[in-house]
Design a binder for this molecule. Structure first.
Ligand SMILES: [Zn+2]
Length: 166
């Protein structure tokens, strides 16, 4: 024993087992979720008015859809990635858009996650030294996740056009 490997059901990251319960909010292993917690704590420790952490919320959310993850979580993650990556929104602006959408629309579909494996995970972001380089890796991670969800790009664009006038 001692060298059991756990594969995260969302991002497929393989990590040594710590016998953790799976995350109850996202389709994720407890081990992967713990890394997300580390990244969240790091992001929160910065005085960051643009709130880059929203990009981590949305990248992680999209990457861990299915299972216990609610449809609205996946929808908001994809919409957040789109607004940030393709429309240049800051994290704060994405949060406002999410609030608008929550007021207006309530029926979100069940999403079919991408078939291919993701090339980056939360672990790749944490491995980079804190500071500018880590923020850049966070952006690369989010862009990679957004690209992987190409089969929903038109859906996301239509939603944003209809409900946010984007
Ligand atoms: Zn994961």
């Amino acid at each position: 024993m001692g060298n059991l490997i756990v594969e995260c059901p969302g991002c497929k990251l393989k990590l040594p087992s710590k016998n953790l319960e799976p995350c109850d909010r996202y389709h994720a292993s407890g081990e992967c979720w713990q890394f997300y917690g580390e990244l969240a704590a790091y992001n929160m420790s910065k005085n960051d008015p643009a709130f880059i952490h929203q990009l981590a919320v949305d990248a992680y959310g999209a990457q861990h859809s299915g299972g216990v993850t609610r449809n609205i979580t996946t929808a908001f993650a994809l919409i957040g990635l789109y607004l940030s990556i393709e429309c240049g929104y800051t994290g704060r602006q994405v949060q406002k858009a999410h609030m608008e959408l929550a007021k207006r629309r309530h029926d979100w579909p069940r999403f079919e996650p991408p078939h291919q494996t993701y090339s980056l995970t939360v672990f790749d972001v944490l491995r980079v030294e804190p500071g500018k380089k880590r923020d850049e890796m966070l952006k690369s991670w989010a862009e990679d996740v957004w690209k992987s969800w190409e089969h929903y790009h038109d859906w996301v664009r239509t939603i944003c056009h209809q409900w946010l006038n984007r």
